[in-house]
Design a protein around this ligand. Structure first.
Ligand SMILES: Cc1cc2nc3c(=O)[nH]c(=O)nc-3n(C[C@H](O)[C@H](O)[C@H](O)COP(=O)(O)OP(=O)(O)OC[C@H]3O[C@@H](n4cnc5c(N)ncnc54)[C@H](O)[C@@H]3O)c2cc1C
Length: 282
């Protein structure tokens, strides 16, 4: 039988984490699949399990001094309803799974699961999101790109919990997100593409481009983005072949049961082209 904890506060959850090894369960939509056993047997946990999805302190979304703060246990359904959720994140979340999974699955679980196909991740990378990690003894704030190190791997310590996600509050004029899968939503992504841009006087003032599911972690290059800053849509249209080859060198897709590397590479670069052509003035 599995021993379980249901802390009454986030502080109590941290105390439990400090005391002994426990596995954290938020919505359980990844864990219950990973730990499933034969029909009739309950999922296997080698250490006690601690439930956190009910903790009100980590379930909200709010504006705070130039940032948007999203509690780690915020479900996808709540993110979709909240006015503080950035529109591009809402678009990505609306393409995740089915209503049942969106009611249970959390943004914190999507991040800590660190799947290359996690659908919120490319948006969070593009929006320069940070994660707030808490233990009883300290708080660490890391860029999401520093937090996720490899498929399924993060720098989360044994005594830590992800508390919240912080996204700088900044409007973008162009918000382009595409998920490519076998179906519209209830499907694991073959590819995701995110492109956002800020335009001033017909020129690109800021631009962010990310690719999901085509490398061990999300692909983003500030160097490549900076090549596009200061150019008009017309100029960028002419740069598409050059920019595409720069990104082609960065992405490293694989063949698996969902797709193959050739398809993933060619569709990713086409989506890049669509986004760049969608910039005003093209
Ligand atoms: C049918 C189905 C369809 C799906 N479709 C999609 C999809 O389209 N796109 C997509 O991206 N994902 C999809 N998923 C995967 C899953 O729903 C998401 O990754 C979801 O965000 C996981 O959140 P959770 O709260 O259920 O995580 P859990 O399963 O509870 O936890 C996942 C991992 O994160 C850790 N964790 C969770 N919260 C914290 C925290 N606050 N601090 C520290 N560690 C934490 C857990 O210990 C565990 O290791 C699907 C899953 C299913 C079953």
């Amino acid at each position: 039988m599995v021993r379980t904890y249901r802390p009454q506060s986030f502080q109590e959850a941290l105390e439990i984490k400090k005391g002994a090894p426990v596995i954290t369960i938020a919505g359980g939509t990844d864990l219950m699949v990973k730990r499933r056993r034969s029909t009739g047997l309950s999922p296997y946990f080698e250490v006690p399990a601690m439930f956190i999805a009910h903790l009100g302190e980590i379930k909200g979304v709010r504006f705070d001094g130039g940032n948007i703060r999203i509690g780690a246990a915020c479900s996808f359904a709540v993110l979709l309803q909240n006015e503080a959720t950035p529109p591009i994140l809402k678009t990505a979340v609306s393409r995740i799974a089915s209503p049942a999974v969106r009611n249970m699955g959390t943004i914190g679980g999507n991040i800590c699961n660190a799947s290359p196909a996690g659908d919120t991740l490319p948006v969070l990378y593009a929006r320069d999101a940070s994660v707030v990690l808490k233990s009883i003894d300290q708080e660490r704030i890391l860029k999401i790109s520093e937090f996720i190190t490899a498929p399924g791997e993060t720098v989360l310590r044994e005594d830590e919990l992800l508390k919240e996600i912080v996204i700088p509050e900044k409007p973008f004029d162009v918000n382009f997100y595409r998920k490519v899968g076998t179906g519209m939503t209830n499907t694991i992504s073959k590819i995701t593409f995110t492109g956002i841009a800020e335009i001033l006087n017909g020129m690109v003032k800021d631009i962010r481009i990310t690719f999901g599911a085509v490398a061990p972690t999300v692909v983003r290059s500030r160097v490549n983005e900076e090549r596009l800053i200061g150019h008009s849509g017309k100029e960028i249209e002419k740069m598409i072949p050059e920019i595409s080859s720069l990104y082609s060198a960065l992405i490293n897709p694989i063949d698996d049961q969902r797709s193959n590397a050739f398809y993933r590479r060619s569709v990713s670069l086409r989506l890049l082209g669509h986004f760049l052509r969608a910039l005003p003035g093209c």
